[in-house]
Design a protein around this ligand. Structure first.
Ligand SMILES: Cc1ncc(COP(=O)(O)O)c(C=O)c1O
Length: 458
């Protein structure tokens, strides 16, 4: 018997346009209304607790209920609730945050530009790449390489780079500046007998061939995520970034590092590029920059890019690109406090200590009858559910096995994220304790077992 919707659920369904949601399932189940959170748990309007194994949307690194951040926001609102950086204005929180990001960046950073979301920051990156190419007299360099299954956001330009069909269908996207490269996923893409390193070399050779076909002097940049998040939470094969970086360097193609998920400790180091061993020319950060307590994102540019952008801006009378809320003082103050907390509490060291426990339980799921691949790095990872473990055959997408698994997991008190290809991502708050990791996998396994029963029942 279907349970009748609560009043809140009915109001939701009459008024909220739900993104990233299977609407057929939603009409059946109604929304899960969350009322409050504490630590790694959130609490539903139905009185139930849920272990939030996705940090919300890969973002709440410090978990819920962090009082210091709430106090910082309130204090800054009282002092200077709004300030901007247009027309030469400035304010201390914006300056201090830019300085801090320059200090902790894993590559030489000239200056920092602020936006509000990952998508806005990535759109800004694309514009800066074009702006710099024009300024250098390389006006043909307009194409941007992004990979299959990449996720770089949803605004028009960043959605074009996103390599997932669902984000293009019915939107007249992608724009034609996009060049699509192969997704580095050894489980699916590696050939029989090929090592991870050999697979990486092959991908680099394919990338070079593609660059030569397109014309190297038509390509401005390549966007990457250290670990592809929304596309499947896939760990790249060994040697991948070393191999593709060499190709990009050879043709003067800039490497834009989208650290919206991996930035600030997620992979065990401050930045994903340190874990995966590559050197970007510019970087996008968001989400954990403020532990998602307030919206803020940033673009960190190399000194060389800043120099050329400022030269061009001087020549044409200004840098005509920014948002009303670029470097919003409340967001900047909260982000600064977040970075201070990470340092004071050694949050990234905690990730390195807890990750082996998380990864051991995650990888053990490879023995589950439903699971083809189970892998991760730091505190991010995924399982992929398959119809046949031997042949790696996927379930029919119309069966909605991933979505159903997400639903069974919720029944077991854990929030996970079903992704394309029946992959289920896990990305808990960085502050999760060892006991909570145990609780996470106990609940997840119960959700998986229920999914298996449901699959077997046809
Ligand atoms: C790697 C990556 N880039 C960009 C974005 C877009 O960020 P936003 O949703 O804040 O626009 C996301 C969002 O999940 C992301 O994971």
């Amino acid at each position: 018997m279907p349970v009748p919707f609560s009043n809140t659920q009915a109001r939701d369904m009459a008024s909220l346009l739900h993104p990233f949601t299977n609407l057929t399932l939603l009409r059946e189940t109604g929304p899960t209304v969350i009322e409050r959170g504490q630590g790694v748990f959130v609490y539903g309007a139905d009185g139930r607790d849920y272990l939030e194994a996705m940090s919300g949307l890969w973002c709440t690194a410090l978990g819920w209920g962090e009082n210091e951040l709430a106090e910082t926001a309130a204090e800054q609102m009282r002092k200077l609730s709004f300030g901007h950086i247009f027309g030469g204005k400035s304010h201390e929180p914006g300056i201090a945050l830019a300085e801090k990001l320059k200090e902790i960046a894993p590559f030489p950073v000239g200056k920092v530009f602020f936006a509000n979301s990952g998508s806005e920051a990535n759109d800004s990156q694309i514009k800066f790449m074009w702006y710099a190419a024009n300024a250098r007299g390389q006006g043909k360099r307009k194409k941007i390489i992004a990979r299959n299954r990449a996720y770089h956001g949803v605004t028009l330009a960043s959605a074009s780079l996103t390599g997932l069909d669902a984000f293009h269908k019915s939107y007249d996207l992608p724009f034609d500046f996009t060049v699509r490269a192969e997704c580095p996923h050894y489980y699916r893409g590696g050939r029989d007998g090929e090592t991870e390193e050999q697979y990486s070399q092959r991908l680099a050779q394919e990338l070079e061939a593609q660059i030569l076909r397109e014309g190297p002097d038509t390509i401005a940049a390549m966007f990457v995520e250290a670990v592809m998040g929304a596309g499947g939470a896939m760990v790249p094969p060994k040697g991948y970034f070393e191999a593709i970086s060499a190709v990009l360097d050879k043709y003067g193609i800039k490497l834009v590092d989208d650290e919206v998920i991996c930035g600030f400790g997620r992979t065990g180091n401050a930045f994903g590029c340190q874990t995966m061993n590559y050197q970007p020319d510019s970087m996008t950060v968001a989400k954990a920059l403020s532990s998602a307590y307030v919206p803020i994102s940033a673009v960190m540019l190399s000194p060389e890019l800043v120099e050329i952008i400022e030269e061009e801006a001087t020549r044409i009378g200004g840098l005509w690109h920014a948002f009303t809320y670029s470097a919003h003082p409340v967001a900047a103050a909260v982000a600064l406090k977040t970075l201070e907390i990470y340092e004071r509490r050694d949050t990234f060291g905690h990730v390195r200590r807890i990750a082996p426990v998380f990864l051991q339980r995650l990888r053990a799921l490879a023995d589950h009858p439903l699971v083809g691949e189970a892998n991760g790095v730091g505190l991010i990872g995924a399982i992929e559910m398959v119809a046949d473990k031997k042949t790696k055959k996927n379930f029919e997408p119309s069966k909605l096995v991933g979505a159903m698994c997400g639903r069974f997991c919720e029944q077991e008190g854990i929030i996970v994220r079903p992704l394309l290809g029946d992959r289920i991502a896990l990305c808990p708050p960085l502050v999760i304790s060892e006991a909570e990791v145990g609780e996470l996998f106990d609940r997840f396994e119960r959700g998986l077992n229920k999914t298996l029963e449901w699959v077997r029942a046809g």
